[in-house]
Every structure is written in C-alpha cells, then in structure tokens.
Ligand binder design. Structure first.
Ligand code: F6P
Length: 548
C-alpha cells in the first residue's frame, strides 16, 4: 500500500465517501439555499460553480487537508521559485515565466531578459508581416501562414487561433499542418500561392518525425513552385530549442525564435510557439493573453486554498476520480470558437497526468489522470449526452460558456446558454418516476387508449440525476480571459499531480511507439514477408505489404 492511500487524510476521505454517496444532490440543494454561494468562486470575469458535485463543507475541508498533507502550498512555491519539479528529467518547469514581469533567477541568472528579447523579436516580426513591410520573394505581402508542428507545438496555437478569430487580421489566413498523413499537407498547400506563403516550423526538439517530414515536404513544394534555396530564408522561420538542427534544415539564424528546455511542449503556447497566434491576433492582444495567464498565476500563488480556483478544480477532480471512481471527464464548451479546447486539454491533462510511477519510483496503487474528451455544445447534446444522462457510467463534465457572444445572431446566444444551463440542471436534478407520472397524467389515465403501452415506457423516461458538473461562465472570450482559463487548467493539472505524487512535466510514455515505428518502417521498405514480431503484428505488416 502506498503512503498516499494509507495516509490519514486519504483514509478520512474514504470514511466520508459513503456519507456523500448516499446523499441526493437534489436534496442537498433543497436543504441549503446558499449552496451556490458556498460552492462557487470568482476571479475577475470568471465564475466557477462547483456546487453540482456531491460535496459538503466537510468534503472540501477533508480535500484541503489532503492537499496540505501532500505539501501543495510548498510545491506551488517550489515551482514558482524555479525548483526542479520535473524530477525525472531534472529540470525546472517555468512556463509561468513566459508571462511573468519581474525577475526570475534560475541557476544564478535572471532568465527574464532573454524571455523579453524573444517577445520583442516576435513583436517586430509580427508587425512587419501584418503591415506588409516584410514581403515574399516576389515583393508581395504575405497572406497565408502555414504552421507545421504537432502535439504541444500545434494544439495550443490552433486552439487559441480558432478561439480568438474575432481578433484576427482579415488579410492573413492561418493554416496548421500536424499529421504525418499527407492528406492534411496536400489539402492545405494546393490552395496556396508560394509567393505569399510563410512557413513556421514549430518543434521544441526539431527531430519530431511528423514535423520534419512535413517541413521537408513543404520545402519541396516551395522549391517545385519556383522558389529557390536562397529565398527559403524569406519564407521559412523556425521555433525551436535546437538551433543546430534548424540551421541544418536550411533556416537562417535570424529566422529562429528560440525557447528553452524548461518549457514543456504542452505548456509552450506562451513562448514563441505562440507565434502563429501573435501573427493572427497581433502582439498587443498576445500580451493581453499573457496578462490573463499571469493573473491566474498570481491568484494560484496568493489566494487561500479554499478560495483558489485551480486548487478547488483539481481537488474536485481528485474526489471524483479517486473516491467516486469516475475516470472519464468531459469538457463541453458552449462556444463554437472553443471547438479545439477539449483536444488541447486532452494533451495537457492526459500527457501530464497519465502516469503510474510516483516520485520515489514506485508503482502507484490509486488512479491518476482521467480520460479527457469533449465536443462543443449544443452539438454533443445530439450525440453523446444520452450516455451522460442515462448511461451506467458517471462522467463528470466541465461546462464552459461566455455571457456575451462575438456573433450575436438573433437570439441564438440566449438559446445556447439556455441549453448550457438546462443541461447542467437536468444532469443534477434528473427526473423521477412520480414526476413522469404527473407530467403524463392524461396519457396514463384510465380512459387513455395508450395507457398500457405508455406505462412500459416509464422506466426509460427516468433520469437518475446526480450527474456532477462544474460550470465555468465568463463574460466574453477575449485574449485575457482565454489566457486565464488555460492557466486555470495548467494549474489544476499541477494540483492533481501533487496529490498523486507524480511528475506532470515528463512524457516517457510516448517513446516506445516512436522507437518501434523505426523498426517497422525499415520492414516496410521491401516486399519480404515479416516473421520477427508476434503473429498479430506480422499479420498486419504482411497484409499491408500485400495490399498497398
Ligand atoms: O511525442 C510527444 C511530444 O513530445 C509532445 O510532448 C510534444 O508536444 C510533441 O511531441 C511535439 O514535440 P516537438 O515540439 O519537439 O516537435
């Protein structure tokens, strides 16, 4: 048994579980008219309501006790002071420094001037592209930015660029290529004019197979369209920590935007990896985006734990995953521009907290990261909400929505929010058999010709309720608010990793697949029958070879 699961705070929560498990959420609201007030928090324009979870004040107190026992406050300070919190790679995790203003000393050196230099370089570059001063080889201004990168070098920039479309420049279109499947690259490039296309190759390592293959294919396309090696310098820029590999690729030193190994890929959108975002929304808005995240950092550091949004969001997740055993978590943004937010959080949460070894190198005996997935509302309502309402598994969900829409078509935003609010109410309240009987009094009356058939449908119409949701409402999806929301989730992930005693900043789990791909790739180069693997793997390789 691990020290965590035998600890007093953990055992107290386990003892408390049956008390809350038998409570009906609906009744908790009836008993306490102040429940919303007691279990909601605000930071600037962001409201977080977690009252629709099976919690009481004792639950929160016990969860906070667990956080204290695991040294959460000390761990937060350690991270913000530049401690080597990425212990399996012996590195600091300083993504917050990318949005910080005051000095931060790492190994005796203030790292802030370097960060600000890169921001200044981004600012110059961004404005020269956006105002047309920097031109393509034929003297025309750039109209299309193609960003090539994958994972953290793609998901954040895509998500934010999409989310902040109302702030984007009309004369510049953003495109993203991530997949090794040539379909994405061909579909995008066939619409573009090389004279007015700028490529950003974004890769922390500059060795990622997919990114390098796509970057080479883009360069080939550019040369085949009449570009030359000499003018690659005008059309290709790179964002990377690996200067040597970038230069080998043929990108000129002036066109390299650096970042640092203390920024994890999935935490890197605040660095020059955010260049596509800055090109789309402009540097002023990018600075507001950083400001929003900085405000969340300051809140995370300073707010008391019981009023601290990331702490509470993280602990509610712990309650659901480790005590109620709910291991799937839905992200449901009621804002079409946040359509890539679930995919972004999927990497942030699952790559960070999909771990099974603790800081002492022992296998854990408790669950860690949940499976994160989701789709924007209201689309999901007509697809998978059936399972959320009536399925046998309980999936806690985060609902997110702005109060003000950037696209107020007739009364559609009101309709959207009515759906958001109604869904969270329905999940919590459910619908009991007697309520159905009252609602369908006429159909069930003695005189009703459909009485018997109708009766049979009643069990299917019952909603058990008690389905937990967190609602996050904010005023408007602007750069600053989006920055705060992303930082909220970054810190939530950190809080959970502290409880689980795992490292949220490494990702060794992606390595084995990469390694085996190299071996399989060699075997796919010829037509020989393969027998070196298990029968399934051999069978798949040989079937592919026979049918390609
Ligand atoms: O394979 C996973 C991963 O290493 C992610 O952690 C990272 O965000 C992504 O690949 C891309 O890596 P890079 O920026 O080095 O190309």
């Amino acid at each position: 048994m691990s020290t965590l699961t035998t600890s007093s705070a953990w055992l107290s929560l386990q003892d408390h579980l049956p008390v809350m498990a038998k409570q009906n959420l609906r009744e908790l609201f009836t008993q306490d008219p102040n429940r919303f007030k007691s279990f909601s928090l605000k930071l600037n324009d962001i409201l977080m309501d977690y009252s629709k979870h099976p919690i009481s004040q004792s639950t929160i107190n016990l969860l906070l006790e667990l956080a204290r026992q695991q040294g959460l406050e000390e761990k937060i300070s350690e991270m913000f002071c530049g401690g080597r919190v990425n212990f399996s790679e012996d590195r600091a995790a300083l993504h917050f420094a990318l949005r910080r203003e005051d000095a931060l000393i790492l190994d005796g050196v203030d790292i802030m001037p370097e960060i600000h230099d890169v921001l200044t370089k981004m600012e110059r570059f961004t404005s020269s592209i956006r105002n047309g001063e920097r031109k393509g080889y034929s003297g025309k201004a750039f109209t299309d930015i193609v960003s090539i990168g994958i994972g953290g070098s793609n998901l954040g920039p895509v998500m934010v660029t999409e989310a902040l479309k109302p702030y984007s420049a009309d004369h510049i279109s953003s495109h993203f290529i991530s997949n090794i499947d040539g379909t994405q690259l061909s579909t995008i490039l066939k619409k573009l004019n090389p004279e007015t296309t700028l490529f950003i190759i974004a890769s922390k390592t500059f060795t990622t197979q997919e990114t390098m293959a796509n970057a080479r294919a883009a360069r080939k396309w550019f040369l085949a369209q009449g570009g030359s090696e000499k003018i690659i310098a005008d059309h290709f820029v790179a964002v990377s920590t690996n200067r040597m590999e970038v230069e080998k690729f043929g990108i000129n030193a002036d066109n390299i935007f650096k970042f640092w190994d203390w920024v994890g890929g999935r935490y890197s959108l605040w660095s020059a990896i955010g260049l596509p975002i800055a090109l789309s929304i402009g540097m002023e808005n990018f600075y507001l985006f950083l400001k929003g995240a900085r405000e969340m950092d300051q809140h995370f550091i300073a707010a008391p734990m019981e009023r601290n949004l990331p702490v509470i969001l993280g602990l509610i997740g712990i309650w659901q995953i480790n005590f109620f055993g709910n291991k799937s978590h839905a992200i449901l943004p009621y804002d079409q521009s946040l359509h890539r937010f679930p995919a972004y959080l999927q990497q942030l949460e699952m790559e960070s907290n999909g771990k099974r070894i603790d800081r002492s190198g022992n296998e854990v005996d408790y669950s860690t990261g949940a499976i994160v997935w989701g789709e924007p509302g209201t689309n999901g309502q007509h697809a998978f909400y059936q399972l959320l309402h009536q399925g046998t598994q309980i999936t806690p969900a985060d609902f997110l929505a702005p109060c003000i829409s950037h696209n107020p078509v007739d009364n559609q935003h009101r309709l959207l929010l009515a759906n958001f609010i109604a869904q969270t109410e329905a999940m919590m309240q459910g619908k009991k058999k007697n309520e159905i009987c009252e609602e369908y009094e006429v159909e069930l009356s003695e005189e009703s010709p459909i009485k018997d058939t109708f009766k049979k449908t009643i069990p299917h119409k019952v909603f058990p309720g008690g389905r937990p949701t967190t609602s996050i409402l904010f005023k408007k999806l602007d750069p600053k608010t989006l920055g705060s929301l992303i930082a909220l989730y970054e810190h939530k992930v950190f809080v959970q990793s502290v409880i689980w005693n795992t490292n949220p900043f490494d990702q060794w789990g992606v390595e084995l697949g990469k390694q085996l791909t190299g071996k399989v790739l060699d075997e796919l180069k010829n037509e020989m029958q393969i027998t070196s693997h298990d029968s399934s793997t051999n069978g798949l390789i040989n079937y592919f070879k026979e049918n390609r």
